[in-house]
Structures are given as structure tokens and as C-alpha cells.
Design a protein. Structure first.
Length: 379
């Protein structure tokens, strides 16, 4: 990989062969009273291209995407879509052009079903039953496993994102904008998302992928525009770059060297081996062969903890283990039933007077096997 980014400056017309660019921004500037969010930004996205917009927090990425989607009006500059100059005044006009966006923070109503949430953003001439059928068909086409009749409050974060993506796909977008789509996803969910995005790109849909995760951009995207302080600092093919070269464009300096620091851990206070537990209802989660170890903290190298501090930390580490166990209990669908033996005979978090504090002592929660703060374990 090259150490110097391969700059690719678009020409005046932005043409790629006989096809005009799907999206072209020229001289986009957006000012706020205390900051210039975007300054003379140029961006060109080709049909079927997965184009990354890379930058640190505060670089102006989200503001630029909101301008494209019509949520924010630019102070200067122009927007061209499929070779035509357009003025996108609101998200409804953006969707009419074929622009869809999945925001970093989901806009779903927890008390409604998947189908009802999707229906809210579509033409009201379409019936709810038709929307349900379209969701099922689109989910099957792109491998997005989702039940349109499930209430949103029963969905995981990854499933909520599938709902947002399906809602966007039902508008048949020509340009799909994803703002930090993997910030709350597991690695397995990220891989599934990439499969969907590559399929969309192969069908001619252009994708704007906003992120600051370098390894994801290099693995997925075919082009990249880097922002720093609201300005474009480079355009390149991320597959030909290294993490270091992209970092230099992001921060304007050499990335800091990483130092390995040794960590000392104490004795194991909770060990889980081969834990499996079937879900209690259809919206629960099966626990399959879980393995985990929770250890007590110790002081830094060369600074052994005192007897009091060691015993105190051990007790609080066990309390943390109880909170972790209760979380698993709640996720598995046990609800308000007594926790199973592996949870150290605690009462489930949902029954504790302070749900987030299922820790030692009756005044803190309902951990029956843990000492209270005033017991000999803290002396």
C-alpha cells in the first residue's frame, strides 16, 4: 500500500465515461455562529460506488450528509444529482429524487410494530397489509431477517437497523446514505451489513458510507473523501492506502505510537463455562455455550494493593459479576422470575428496587450471596 494518498480530483464536468456522476457537490459551505461546519467541500459519487466519507468527530461529515438529504440548507455551493442541478429543500424532496438516509440514531417508535414504523414514511395510499408484504419480500431479497409484526421494543439494535435499511430500500433509492452504521453493531452484524451493501452496489445503487473506522472503510469502500475541520483534505482509493496514511489525512499529523502496557489482574471471582439456556419466549435470546471469566482488579506494577483494598476490590468485582449475570438473565427472557443457579441466586435485575445496582447488600439490591458493605469483607 502506498504511503502517500492517491488523490483523485474530479474534473469540471465530473463525467465518468458516458454516465454522469450520481452525486456531485460543488463548493458546499455551511456556517454556524460559532463554527464553519463545511468549507468549500467538493464530492463526487459515481453510480454503483461505495464512497466513504472519513473524518474525526466534528469534521463535518454529518452536516454534509444532512445537506444532501435536505435536512440542512447550505449557505453556498450547489448539488447535482444524475447530472442535473437540484435544490433539495427537505427530506421528502430527497426521497422523491431517489436519495435515502439511515441516520446514526434510529427514528423508530418502540410501541409500534416493524410494519407500522415503515408505513409511517411511505405513501399513505399504500395499505398496511401491502407494506407488510413488501417488507417480507425485501427482507428475503437482501437476507435481512425481520418479522414485520414484531413490536420494535423487542428488537435488538442490529434488528432495528435492519428496519431502517428496509424502510430506505422500499423507496428504491439511487443513493443510500449511511451515517456511522456500525457504531452499535457486533462484528457478526457488520459482516451481514457489508453483504447487503455490496449487493446494492452491484445493482447500481450508490452508497455514501460515513465512518471513522479505517479497517471497515478499507475493506468495503472503493473511494474515499477525507474531511478535516470541515474541509476536504484528500480523495483516494482506501484499498490502496494504509491505516497510517488515512490517519494522516484525518488528523494532519503522524498518528501517535502505540505502547504496550502490561496489566495485572487478581483472582478469578466468577467463571462461566459452557453456559446454555433456552429463551423463555419468542422474543428472548438463546444463550449458547457462553464462556467468560471475571477477575478482580489489582494495583499497578510494583504497587501491591493493601489487604483492605484487595478485599474491597474483590467484593466489588464479584458485584460486577452479579450485574453481568443478571444482564444475561434478563436477555434470556427470564423476566422477573428468580435467576437460575449460575446467577448466584440473585433476584433478577427487573425485581431489584434499583435495577442498575444489583450489587452487594440488601440496601443496594437483591444479591443474597454477597456481603454487605459493612461486612468483614470490607475490613
Amino acid at each position: 500500500m502506498s504511503s502517500t494518498p492517491n488523490f483523485r480530483q474530479p474534473g469540471p464536468s465530473g463525467m465518468s465515461g458516458a454516465m454522469p456522476p450520481r452525486l456531485q457537490l460543488v463548493g458546499i459551505t455551511k456556517r454556524y455562529p460559532a463554527v464553519v461546519a463545511n468549507s468549500d467541500v467538493a464530492l463526487t459519487v459515481q453510480p454503483g460506488e461505495i464512497h466513504a466519507v472519513l473524518g474525526e468527530n466534528g469534521a463535518g461529515k454529518s452536516t454534509l450528509m444532512k445537506i444532501i438529504y435536505g435536512s440542512v440548507k447550505p449557505d453556498e455551493g450547489g448539488v447535482h444529482f444524475n447530472g442535473q442541478a437540484v435544490q433539495v429543500r427537505n427530506p421528502q424532496e430527497a426521497r422523491a429524487l431517489g436519495i435515502a438516509m439511515v441516520f446514526q440514531h434510529f427514528s423508530l417508535f418502540d410501541t409500534l410494530t416493524v410494519a407500522e414504523n415503515v408505513w409511517l414514511g411511505l405513501d399513505k395510499r399504500i395499505t398496511l397489509s401491502e407494506v407488510t408484504q413488501r417488507i417480507t419480500a425485501k427482507a428475503s431479497e437482501y437476507g435481512l431477517d425481520i418479522d414485520p409484526l414484531r413490536p420494535v421494543h423487542t428488537l435488538s439494535v442490529g434488528e432495528m437497523q435492519r428496519v431502517e435499511i428496509i424502510r430506505a430500500l422500499l423507496t428504491n433509492p439511487k443513493l443510500l446514505i449511511l451515517d456511522e452504521p456500525t457504531s452499535v453493531l457486533t462484528p457478526q452484524a457488520v459482516e451481514k451489513l457489508f453483504v447487503v451493501l455490496r449487493k446494492l452496489a452491484s445493482e447500481g445503487c450508490s452508497i455514501l458510507y460515513i465512518s471513522h473506522k479505517l479497517h471497515e472503510i478499507r475493506a468495503l469502500c472503493t473511494a474515499c473523501t477525507v474531511l478535516r475541520g470541515g474541509k476536504v483534505t484528500g480523495v483516494c482509493n482506501p484499498a490502496e492506502e494504509s491505516n497510517a496514511s488515512l490517519s494522516r489525512l484525518m488528523i494532519g499529523a503522524e498518528p501517535p505510537a502505540l505502547e504496550h502496557r502490561s496489566v495485572q489482574t487478581g483472582a478469578t471471582v466468577l467463571s462461566v463455562q459452557g453456559l446454555s439456556l433456552p429463551r423463555a419466549d419468542q422474543f428472548g435470546v438463546d444463550l449458547i455455550d457462553l464462556q467468560s471469566h471475571c477477575r478482580a482488579k489489582t494495583s499497578g506494577p510494583g504497587r501491591p494493593a493493601s489487604r483492605w483494598r484487595a478485599r474491597t476490590r474483590g467484593a466489588w468485582a464479584r458485584a460486577s459479576a452479579v450485574r453481568w449475570a443478571c444482564t444475561l438473565c434478563r436477555k434470556s427472557g427470564w423476566g422477573a422470575a428468580p435467576c437460575p443457579p449460575w446467577a448466584w441466586r440473585t433476584t433478577c435485575c427487573s425485581r431489584a428496587p434499583m435495577p442498575s445496582m444489583a450489587v452487594a447488600g440488601s440496601r443496594w439490591g437483591h444479591c443474597k450471596s454477597m456481603p454487605s458493605p459493612s461486612s468483614s469483607a470490607f475490613t
